[in-house]
Design a protein around this ligand. Structure first.
Ligand code: PLP
Length: 408
């Protein structure tokens, strides 16, 4: 296993040497919103536009061939990163949101009928709520929600009670972006499969922190965004089992997703192109592959172990601050701490931290039903990446004391 040296790793991320308007060094604790990019990813994208830029799968010229090769190599690197069986199962999309919309629109089109049931959890991001609501609106299906307890754990018994012959699909996140709960997705998938119910995992908050093996998980779909895993924005992945993707109708129509078109009838392309209408985001697909290669070199086990240490250190430190209440204390948690400080508005706390150079997120975190269950005014959210350090957590604690003084 390679040695994990955070000080060296930080040198790979140019933005980490920035200062805020008060000349305070940046402490970036907004990693659940988006992660920073290592120089190799930035360089890969620059190189693509400087030397390779062309459209894929079409031209006879050498640039188009090079672009196509790089683009398809990127797909293979991502396949290997999540251990999918074949590149046909790797669909390039814009991000987690588009991946879930693709499945909700395409997989469920025609298959879902009035009074069928779709299960999601109380812990979902809006991206894994609204596409299913849209589906229910147009089919008459019913959305069921797995409840949580007051710590923010999913109630597994209640999940089992929701299952019945009308249940047609389950979609839930691996890690909650708002309170950090790690869901028991292995058990959920096993339980669902006993009844032949397909499961989609929203991996937007796990792909960057844990080794994901889609074969071992046996999930039917897995969705993630490039920008949360140290890659560019505007690119993401939908993994789907080949036999399921094969049986699904296309999501969007256009170039690339067809094999032949006439005014009478269009034949669709093979996987994965059937789901990639139009010119894809070539540069960012290649950039994403470079990001997953970069973190694979560091080692996902190294990343998970180091982040666990930082997360536990921060949890202990923050728990010791009088008046600070951690929101979400599930048995299995990772990388994300949401909190309230006395009765101060989270926005005010966030603004004071920002003055100190500390970037956090405040508000509902795109998980309004979940956050409102705990707090009507939102929370302050701190989220970690493997380039964060204990010293930064100490600075956060100092800044929270400062906020207490100023706001109190
Ligand atoms: N699901 C979860 C759990 C998320 O945290 C996010 C983003 O924060 C999304 C879905 C949506 O991701 P994107 O906006 O990249 O599509």
């Amino acid at each position: 296993m390679p040695v994990f040296d955070v000080k060296n790793i930080r040198k790979d991320f140019p933005i980490l040497s920035r200062r805020n308007l008060n000349e305070k060094p940046l402490i970036y604790f907004d990693n659940a919103a988006t992660t920073q990019k290592p120089a190799i990813v930035i360089e890969t994208i620059r190189n693509y536009y400087e030397n390779i830029n062309s459209n894929v799968h079409r031209g006879v010229h050498f640039l188009s061939e090079e672009a196509t090769t790089k683009f398809e190599e990127a797909r293979e690197k991502i396949r290997s990163f999540i251990n999918a069986d074949s590149v046909e199962e790797i669909i390039f999309v814009r991000g987690t949101t588009e991946a879930i919309n693709l499945v909700a629109t395409s997989f469920c089109r025609g298959k879902i009928k009035e009074n069928d049931e779709i299960i999601i959890s109380f812990l979902e991001h809006h991206s894994n709520i609204v596409p299913w609501q849209l589906l229910c609106e147009c089919t008459g299906a019913v959305l069921k929600v797995i409840p949580i307890n007051s710590n923010g754990d999913l109630m597994f018994d209640e999940f089992e009670k929701l299952l019945n012959e009308r249940t047609k699909f389950i979609a839930l996140n691996h890690i909650s972006n708002a309170i950090g709960t790690v869901n028991p997705i292995e058990e959920i998938i096993k339980t669902a499969h006993k009844r032949n119910i397909p499961v989609l995992i929203d991996g937007a908050q796990s792909i960057q922190h844990k080794k994901i093996d889609v074969k071992k998980l046996d999930c039917d779909f897995f969705a993630f965004s490039g920008h949360k895993v140290y890659g560019p924005t505007g690119i993401g992945i939908l993994y789907g089992k080949k036999e399921i993707l094969d049986a699904m109708p296309p999501y969007q129509g256009g170039g690339e997703m067809i094999s032949s078109v006439s005014f009478e009838k269009t034949d669709y392309n093979v996987l994965p192109y059937k789901f990639e209408a139009g010119t894809p985001n070539i540069a960012d697909a290649i950039g994403l592959a470079s990001a997953v290669e970069y973190i694979s070199k560091i080692g996902m086990d190294n990343i998970e172990n180091y982040e666990k240490e930082i997360f536990e250190y921060a949890t202990n430190k923050l728990s010791g601050i009088e008046g600070l209440k951690i929101i979400g204390t599930a048995k299995q948690k990772a990388n994300i701490i949401s909190f309230l400080l006395n009765d101060f508005h989270p926005y005010d706390v966030g603004a004071i931290l920002d003055n100190e150079g500390i970037a956090v997120r405040t508000g509902m975190h795109c998980a309004e039903p979940l956050i409102k269950f705990f707090s009507k005014i939102g929370t302050v959210r701190v989220s970690f990446a493997f380039y964060n350090m204990r010293e930064e957590v100490d600075k956060l604690v100092e800044a929270i004391y400062k906020a207490k003084k100023l706001l109190g």
